[in-house]
Design a binder for this molecule. Structure first.
Ligand code: BMA
Length: 817
């Protein structure tokens, strides 16, 4: 098979101005105009509005290319578009090949009849994605979210490109994935489907290979290589279109989620030969593992529990949205950093949320490699869909394209029909129209599960998130299935409300914060730097959420002294809120089996629920996540005058160690202390000690008293944590007189931080973007903490002198001082 990459030398033409721009795929209209300086950065200030105007017009992409006689002699010649965004008409040398209206599909067309020797031209007319939905919505008004351009659900294009409660309205147009020309004779590999059967010490790998034509002389070789590269092979001579081979692997090296074992990957390689000559090939990397979802009645309701290689695993992660509103700006490097930062924060799962697009192949490769289980939504979110015959045919093919593309990945853990459609139709006050409900059931509870059962029978299908199992049967039930819990934040309930629930799996909950000053500087002028300014409000898409942040602030913190202190405090609120929920659910491991906070990342610089901002900068929440998702979690459930110390153990083996606790005053003087030896079984949580301080905490002392606990494993400090018994705003923090000294080794900078009194949320800030070993931590007086920076992870050079010069430090005390 001859494959020619067709990404180079395209022209994008603005049909109104007649201007032309050279582009390389993946390419989009906005990105091309931006590169040519025809439009201003759509993410800067309020430029988003200009960008929306751009999407009101039609554009042409074309490419001229030479074809020689050798190519034309092939029996079959096709062109494959891996992603067209979205409403298009494709023609080759003036012959119309097709029209498209689905960015989530992979299109391949036969071009042999239209190619000529010499110069050829392929044209893609892209029609405005705004005009299209306007007309459809006028004819058939469907319910959805009000943050997006009205009618967005009529087209199979990432919904969030039309705006979301964290995203700008920039419905770009373009060729967002590769284009390739393929030419072959006789036959080609059409498909490969891999399944696994696991027994205690043996795995059978079944490989179904399908070729396009039934030709008995074709010979296929199927190789399986173990993670060390040793090959086992099978050869078959084709009699039928689909042939199956079976590999039996003794003592398999299994694939595990991050934190549980190795991410061993085997390779399946298929070679198609004719008369001894190789004519096509395919390579897939697979992991040997089982992932099941247990959804069974039990003493609390009905579980929702991932079982990996036979072990019930508490899933820890967050929800993933598209990484950039301008799709050509995404890259493997950016995604790899995101995945690395997720693993650094002890994630073992990422949920690909249904309002965006299906990620690139490299996203899944990276998840395979780093051990992140993928919760994969089909791309439907928060809306009603009209299942016309044409829509149905379109989305059936979309599901088949995507399932075939993704199904072999070790990381794929679950297919989920949609995001919040079932709950929206039941609980969001939309009219309960019979035809809407019928179409819902047909698409998400009949068609998609049937397609999954046919093309990927080994992966669990769940009709909606959240759901109790479907059929509009109490999708919000806290004791059945998965839950999206938004009473903290949207419902303005206090953080403590999380403790009223023991969800079986909390697949969404979240709390907003502002990004850091540096990120805000990237899209504002100095005069914009007030959270209620026009520009800051433009970068806050959740209606009155800035007011919401201030409301929660008033409940918890003192009024910040300036804009920067407000940004900092908003991040502390966010980190505390999510920690409050997660620690509680992890203390109830067994009953609750997963926590995916909303949201991991941003698609532009904005105030949002993310823990990593658009530039990948770690907010306080991401540092907190690294601690509250640690496989061994030490946590304190504090009451008004008492506390329970817990240890949660996610390891497959029991652990033992020692806890030391100290009740201290605000100068860190010890009021009472003790220690205890602990052992905690594998995959369990344990309340190790209950402490009653009724004799010590009263209306005066409660503003000056904190409890500190430290966990020792193998005699070393593993982690430590503190809690206070009053609201942070009322606690009498003294000036901690923070001091830092910097030392260095070949590998690291070591920053020693100390305080003269108890302080919380110590943040080290550097001019250069760096990830620190810890940040936003608590300090007791005269007990220095060493924070490290790994020199290998620096993106620019950094000397000890630079570091000392640009290092800034603050803590809770500095919110007001
Ligand atoms: C959930 C998500 C998103 C939304 C988020 C924050 O409903 O599914 O639709 O962005 O909450 O409101």
């Amino acid at each position: 098979m001859l494959k020619v990459n067709f990404n180079d030398s395209w022209t994008m033409k603005d049909l109104q101005t007649k201007k032309e721009f050279d582009v390389k795929l993946p390419a989009s209209v906005m990105n091309a105009l931006l590169d040519a300086k025809e439009i201003d950065d759509p993410f800067y200030r309020d430029n988003e509005d200009q960008a929306l105007e751009v999407a009101k017009k039609d554009y042409l992409f074309y490419k001229t290319f030479e074809v020689d006689q050798t190519l034309l002699t092939h029996e079959e010649i096709t062109i494959t578009f891996h992603g067209i965004d979205t409403i298009s008409e494709i023609s080759l040398n003036g012959h119309r090949l097709a029209t498209t209206e689905n960015m989530h599909r992979i299109y391949e067309w036969n071009v042999k009849p239209f190619l000529v020797e010499g110069e050829n031209v392929i044209q893609v007319m892209l029609f405005s994605p705004l005009k299209y939905i306007e007309e459809k919505q006028a004819n058939d008004r469907l319910a959805g979210v009000h943050h997006a351009v009205d009618g967005y659900q009529h087209v199979r294009k990432a919904h969030s490109m039309y705006g979301w409660d964290w995203g700008p309205k920039i419905p770009d147009l373009g060729l967002w994935r590769d284009v390739e020309l393929k030419a072959w004779n006789d036959n080609r590999l059409e498909d490969i489907h891999i399944r696994q059967i696991h027994e205690s010490n043996q795995v059978q790998v079944m490989v179904d290979v399908t070729v396009e034509n039934e030709v008995d002389k074709n010979e296929t070789t199927i190789l399986l290589k173990d993670p060390d590269g040793h090959t086992v092979s099978h050869e078959i001579v084709h009699q039928q279109q689909t042939e199956q081979v079976l590999f039996e692997i003794e003592n398999p090296q299994r694939w595990w989620p991050a934190g549980y074992g190795e991410q061993s990957l085997y390779t399946v390689e298929v070679l198609l030969k004719k008369d001894g000559e190789q004519i096509d090939s395919l390579i897939k990397r697979i992991g040997l593992r089982t992932i099941e979802v247990k959804h069974e009645a039990d003493e609390w309701g009905k579980s929702f529990e991932f079982i990996v290689n036979g072990y019930p695993i508490f899933m820890k992660g967050a929800n993933y949205i598209p990484e950039d509103n301008l799709l050509p700006r995404t890259s493997k490097e950016r995604t790899e950093r995101l995945i690395q930062d997720s693993v650094a924060a002890h994630f073992n799962m990422i949920r690909v949320w249904g309002g965006g697009h299906y990620p690139e192949d490299y996203f899944y490769d990276l998840c395979d490699q780093y051990g992140i289980v993928v919760w994969q939504d089909f791309m439907y979110a928060c809306s009603v869909y009209r299942l016309t015959d044409q829509f149905e045919q379109n989305v059936r093919q979309e599901a088949i394209d995507q399932i075939k593309r993704i199904r072999y990945h070790a990381s794929l853990g679950i297919w989920c029909g949609n995001n919040e459609v079932e709950e929206a139709m039941e609980h969001w006050g939309w009219p309960k129209k019979a035809d809407w409900r019928r179409d819902y059931i047909k698409l998400f509870e009949i068609i998609l599960p049937e397609i999954v059962a046919e093309y990927d029978p080994q992966t669990f299908y769940w009709s909606s998130s959240p759901s109790s199992g479907g059929g509009f049967d109490a999708p919000r039930d806290p004791n059945i299935g998965d839950v999206h819990y938004w009473e903290v934040w949207h419902g303005q309930k206090p953080f403590t409300d999380y403790r009223n629930y023991y969800f079986r799996f909390c697949s969404e909950f979240g709390f907003q914060s502002f990004p850091s000053m540096k990120t805000i500087e990237s899209f504002t002028k100095p005069e914009d730097r007030n959270i209620f300014s026009r520009v800051m409000e433009k970068h806050q898409k959740n209606d009155d959420a800035n007011g919401m942040i201030l409301y929660y602030l008033s409940e918890n913190f003192l009024y910040p002294k300036n804009f920067d202190a407000l940004l900092y405090t908003s991040q502390l609120l966010q980190a505390e809120a999510i920690k409050y929920g997660v620690e509680h659910w992890r203390r109830n491991l067994g009953r609750c089996m997963g926590s995916l906070y909303w949201q991991l990342n941003d698609c532009w610089p904005v105030a949002s629920w993310s823990s990593l901002d658009y530039y990948g900068r770690w907010k306080a929440l991401h540092y907190y996540t690294k601690k509250f998702y640690d496989p061994i979690l030490l946590s304190i459930e504090e009451g008004e005058k008492d506390a329970s110390i817990y240890v949660t153990n996610d390891h497959l083996e029991a652990i033992n160690g020692r806890i030391e606790w100290k009740l201290r005053d605000n100068q860190s003087n010890i009021i009472r202390e003790d220690r205890l030896d602990i052992d905690v079984d594998a995959l369990s949580a344990k309340s190790c000690q209950y402490l009653d301080f009724a004799d010590l905490i009263n209306n005066e002392t409660k503003y000056q008293t904190y409890l500190e606990a430290t966990l020792y494993i193998d005699g070393q400090v593993y982690s430590s944590t503190t809690v206070i018994f009053a609201k942070t705003k009322h606690f009498e923090f003294l000036n901690p007189q923070l001091r830092v000294t910097v030392a260095e080794s070949d590998e690291q900078f070591l920053i020693s931080v100390s305080a003269t009194s108890y302080t919380k949320y110590v943040e080290l800030q550097l001019e250069q973007d760096v990830v620190l070993s810890d940040n936003f931590f608590d300090l007791s007086a005269n007990e220095p903490k060493i924070v490290t920076i790994d020199k290998n992870n620096l993106t620019q050079s950094l000397t000890k002198a630079d570091l000392e010069k640009t290092l800034n430090i603050r803590s809770v005390y500095h919110i007001t001082h």
